[in-house]
Design a binder for this molecule. Structure first.
Ligand SMILES: [Zn+2]
Ligand SMILES: [Zn+2]
Length: 387
């Protein structure tokens, strides 16, 4: 049972919705027009309830099945990116400096496609909660919706999401139990030395040298402190200091990112960073302070729900195109917050050749929409069957 026939019939509609969203991108929590568009479609489909204005522009729609049963959550993200679109598509972004470069336009139209079918057929018991979230790209809109209580209010028992992946074979679906994507944190380091004449270093505390030594010592955390079978990234991406060849600068600034798969690893890295930053600076006669900003947690798939999701994926994509061992990536995803609150799974959907995610030439592959929509529908009908 690959693509559901009825869904294949409105493939063109999904394409039209997607291209409309593509032409009208919105950023972060400011998904007002997008949410209004989603709301209009959901009203046309005759869903039972629409709750909007959650985390500013998020929506949850409810479709009642036949008879009592649990509620399954399906999630799509709606926000675009601050990128200037490079291609001259017929439906190219109408807004300078903004584009759907991560395919969230496609995720939204796939979930709309599933909503239309589910509202029409209702071949399931219990309820479906369709979650349309703003601000996936850094704003933690999914977390904000959870903090506004959507999981409790709509009694969501389990939750599922997918992401399109150009570069993976078309129609491929994959995931893995456990961590799939990393926790993504940022840090800043402010170094204070003692400025002075570069010809008289003995009268200064050189913040350049402190920055260099801290940068080197921080690289020993992943190479020397981390369990070698675990994974982490610590990248210093910016060092700023100094104004001239003859001045020892009084201060320096550093910035970077840390990516981890496990909470214990994240804690260990922060502890080691703080010790190195403070003590290396002190050893060289200055001082330094670490500001560590916790970003999205790791996206950790729940084993039982992941096995279930992959079984459903096999029924849609076919055995040969499904993998339960997709290698983890150090990218991050806001859906992580939903998986911290409810069991569920996040799968990748291959969309074949094309520019990568966040690339100015990216365009969601509309041919993948019936696969994603069929997967969402089959999750519901399989998890909450009528008989
Ligand atoms: Zn993205
Ligand atoms: Zn994305």
């Amino acid at each position: 049972m690959p693509i559901i026939n009825r869904i294949a019939e409105f493939h063109d509609d999904m394409k039209t919705w997607r291209q409309h969203l593509h032409a009208n991108p919105e950023l972060g929590f400011d998904c007002f027009e997008t949410a209004a568009f989603v709301r209009q479609r959901l009203e046309e489909f005759g869903v039972d309830e629409i709750h909007d204005g959650i985390a500013q522009t998020g929506l949850v729609a409810i479709i009642n099945g036949q008879g009592e049963g649990p509620t399954i959550g399906l999630r799509a993200d709606m926000d675009a990116l601050p990128i200037q679109e490079a291609r001259d598509l017929p439906y190219k972004s109408k807004i300078d400096g903004k584009m759907h470069a991560c395919g969230h336009d496609g995720h939204t139209s796939m979930l709309l496609g599933a909503a239309r079918y589910l509202a029409e057929t209702r071949n399931f018991k219990g309820r479906v909660a369709l979650i349309f979230q703003p601000a996936e790209e850094g704003g933690a809109g999914g977390d904000a919706m959870c903090k506004e209580g959507i999981m409790e209010r709509f009694e969501v028992g389990q939750v599922y999401g997918i992401h399109n992946f150009p570069g993976m074979p078309f129609g491929f679906m994959g995931g893995r139990a456990g961590p799939l994507l990393a926790a993504a944190d940022e840090f800043q380091i402010n170094i204070t030395g003692q400025g002075g004449h570069a010809a008289m270093p003995n009268t200064t505390v050189d913040s350049v040298m402190i920055a260099v030594q801290i940068a080197q010592a921080l690289q020993t955390i992943v190479s020397r402190n981390l369990d070698p079978v675990d994974n982490a990234v610590l990248s210093i991406t910016r060092i700023e200091t100094g104004t001239s060849h003859n001045i020892v600068p009084a201060s320096a600034f550093m910035q970077g990112t840390v990516r981890t798969m496990k909470v214990e690893t994240r804690d260990m890295i922060v502890t080691r960073m703080r010790a190195i930053v403070e003590q290396v600076a002190a050893a060289l006669g200055g001082s330094a302070e670490l500001n560590y900003d916790y970003g999205y947690p790791a996206t950790v798939n729940h084993p039982r729900e992941t096995a279930f999701a992959l079984d459903v994926a096999r029924s849609v994509a076919g055995e040969a195109l499904v993998s339960d061992e997709v290698p983890p990536s150090m990218g991050a995803e806001d859906f992580a917050y939903m998986l911290e609150r409810r069991p569920g799974a996040y799968l990748c959907l291959g969309t074949g050749e094309g520019a990568g995610l966040h690339h100015p030439e990216f365009d969601f592959n509309d041919e993948a929409s019936p696969i994603g929509a069929s997967y969402f529908v089959k999750l519901v009908e399989t998890a909450q069957p009528l008989s």
